[in-house]
Each structure stands twice: as structure tokens, then as C-alpha cells.
Ligand binder design. Structure first.
Ligand code: TXA
Ligand code: MG
Length: 325
């Protein structure tokens, strides 16, 4: 709780040119920034920086790597990142800027962390309406990945006070800068529509009603696989899984296998998620390294033991699924 006697939060800035510049600087140096949008406050990181994106998962304490929404300041930036098809153009023309997120196939040359997509070949893109949000993204000069700025499992913040309460000043996790621009107008996350398959599909109901979107698009939108079930965040149906069989808690690789190591003690690893034993570095490297080893088409990918704490839980969750698939 904040009251008039408490010391002012040093991270908190207003959405004036100085505050925007501080937020943009923090983003450019790979730090986290909490910023307002018309839906909820977001916890943002440079979407092209693996380490910065890994910080989001670390700060939120998410036990899974759910893919994150990438926020852009203009439609041309969206067209650079993903294959922006006819349907995307229609919906963007009608509903952007605003609380609508479009899931589309990533362009192969997109400068986007694989972690924002949780390893999938799609990315969720949103052009927010909020003026401060757009100024920050523009000033940072690159797209901003941002989930809601709450800790995992707690309620989404719609004021800067909510954000300050979620992360104490002393914690080294959490945002370096919190941009305060009053309460969010909509207070409910954006609607997420998947346009990457043949039929458009609603993945999460939100700030724009389905009927409105269908009328704008001129066709029906499927509602069969709503994946953002808050009670089971691991429900996300589609996940990147390597084609190569994966084995966990390995000491060595089997015949014709490849070893993915972690930490200074792993010797003879084909790749090491983090030679220094940093879970954040490991999270940042995970999907890129799995892709790389998978492409070699060997008999198995053996992964050494990853500590099951902090970000290690999300890494192990992902590896478990990959091992089971
Ligand atoms: O209003 C909002 O959308 C807020 C503000 C900050 O913009 N952001 C937000 O982000 O709610 P996040 O990361 O908490 O929500 C992401 C949603 C999840 O339901 C996730 O599963 C889905 O979008 N999503 C993201 N990328 C996806 C992808 N490539 N494929 C399928 N679903 C994706
Ligand atoms: Mg959320």
C-alpha cells in the first residue's frame, strides 16, 4: 500500500519526455520497464534481446514459458516481424491501435528472440493505443515484449501502485523503471486472434468483443481452443517440440546422440546452455539451442540436470514436455 508518508519509489517516473527517455534507455540496456497500456500495465523488455526476455519470466516467476505479446509502435514494424496477410491487414486497419493481438508466422529474418514465441514459429503482435506506451516503444527503437506486470498467478495491474506493490524496491528482479500514467482505461487484456492457420481462431477473449471482430473481418472466428485458461497456464496446446528424442538428467549422450550441458562441470557437451551456470542465460539460450541440435538430425538430445529452482522450473517444464512428445 502507498500512503502520503511512505518514501517515494525511486523507480517511478511520470509519462513526460524525461520519464519516457529513462524507460527507453532501460529497455535498450536490456532491463525491464513497467509501462501503461490501454488494457493493463505491461512488464516490458527488448523483444530482440534473449537475456532481457528471459528476465521477464524470471521476474514473473512463471513456471512455464508461455509465448509473450510483442508490442510495436507502428504497423510497418509489424509487417517486418511477421507475415502480415490479408486478414491481418483488414483487422489492423479496423482495430489498431487498440486491444487486439494477432498471432502470425514469424519472418525468418525477424530480429525477435525465440523465447518470446516459446520456440513456436509464430509471434503475437499488438499495436497499443496508449500514447505513452507508443512513445516508449518508439524511443526504445525496437519492439517490446510484455506480459501483464503482475507476478505469475496474481491479478493484472491497472495502476502504477499495483505494479509497485508487486515488486519491492530492494528486489533485484522486477522493473528498473515504472512509468505512471494513471489507471488503464480498459482494464482487461487484449483479445488474441490466431491468424497463422487456415481458419482464424480466438485464443483469448479480451478488450474487443468477438462479434465486433467477426463483423470487421467479414467471416467467422473459431472459438474451439481457448488456450489462456488461467487455472492451467500449462495448457497451451501448441508448443515447439524437437523431432529428435530428448532425454533429461543425462550425464553423457547415447550413441549418435548430442549432449546439451549446463554449468561449468559439464564436459564434452555439444552445446552448453550456460557455462557459468546462470539459469537466466540458460533460459535465453534454450529454444535456439534445441533448434540447432534438432537440425542435426541425430539419434537423441541428452540434457544434463538443470536445477529446479527459479527459471530452472520453467526450463524443466519445457524439457519434460519435449521429452514426452
Ligand atoms: O493487453 C494485453 O495483451 C497485455 C498488455 C500488456 O499489452 N499483455 C498481455 O500479454 O496480456 P501476455 O503475454 O500476458 O499474454 C499473452 C497471450 C497468452 O494468452 C499467450 O498464450 C498468447 O497471448 N500468445 C502469445 N504468443 C502466442 C503465440 N505465438 N501463439 C499462440 N498464443 C500466443
Ligand atoms: Mg497476464
Amino acid at each position: 500500500m502507498t500512503d502520503s508518508y511512505s518514501t517515494p519509489d525511486i523507480r517511478r517516473v511520470t509519462a513526460d519526455p524525461m520519464g519516457i527517455a529513462r524507460a527507453a534507455d532501460a529497455l535498450s540496456s536490456g532491463r525491464l520497464v513497467a509501462f501503461p497500456t490501454e488494457t493493463v500495465y505491461g512488464l516490458g523488455a527488448d523483444a530482440g534481446n534473449d537475456d532481457a526476455v528471459a528476465r521477464i519470466f524470471e521476474a514473473k516467476g512463471r513456471p512455464h514459458f508461455n509465448p509473450l505479446i510483442v508490442h510495436v509502435a507502428g504497423i510497418s514494424s509489424a509487417r517486418d516481424l511477421v507475415h502480415f496477410d490479408r486478414r491481418a491487414e483488414i483487422l489492423a486497419d479496423r482495430f489498431w491501435p487498440g486491444p487486439l493481438t494477432l498471432v502470425l508466422r514469424r519472418k525468418s529474418n525477424a530480429s525477435l528472440s525465440l523465447l518470446v514465441s516459446a520456440g513456436l514459429d509464430t509471434a503475437a503482435i499488438r499495436l497499443p493505443q496508449h500514447a505513452a506506451a507508443r512513445s516508449i516503444i518508439e524511443a526504445a527503437g525496437s519492439p517490446v515484449a510484455a506480459p501483464s506486470a503482475n507476478r505469475s498467478g496474481l491479478i493484472s495491474p491497472t495502476t502504477a501502485d499495483h505494479v509497485c506493490e508487486a515488486w519491492s524496491v530492494e528486489s533485484e528482479l522486477g522493473p528498473e523503471v515504472i512509468v505512471d500514467d494513471g489507471p488503464c482505461k480498459i482494464g482487461l487484456e487484449s483479445t488474441v486472434i490466431d491468424l497463422s492457420e487456415t481458419a482464424p481462431t480466438l485464443l483469448r477473449p479480451g478488450g474487443i468483443a468477438l462479434e465486433e471482430l467477426e463483423a470487421g473481418l467479414g467471416e467467422g472466428i473459431r472459438t474451439s481452443e481457448i488456450i489462456d485458461a488461467p487455472k492451467s497456464p500449462g495448457m497451451l496446446a501448441r508448443h515447439y517440440a524437437p523431432k529428435t528424442p530428448l532425454v533429461m538428467n543425462a550425464k553423457t549422450a547415447g550413441p549418435n546422440g548430442l549432449l546439451l550441458g549446463f554449468g561449468p562441470k559439464t564436459r564434452n557437451a555439444d552445446l552448453n546452455l550456460s557455462p557459468s551456470g546462470s539459469l537466466r542465460e540458460a533460459a535465453a539460450n534454450l529454444f535456439a539451442m534445441l533448434h540447432k541440435l534438432d537440425r542435426r538430425g541425430m539419434a537423441e538430445i541428452a540434457v544434463t540436470t538443470i536445477p529446479d529452482t527459479g527459471l530452472g522450473r520453467a526450463i524443466n517444464d519445457r524439457l519434460h514436455r519435449a521429452a514426452a512428445e
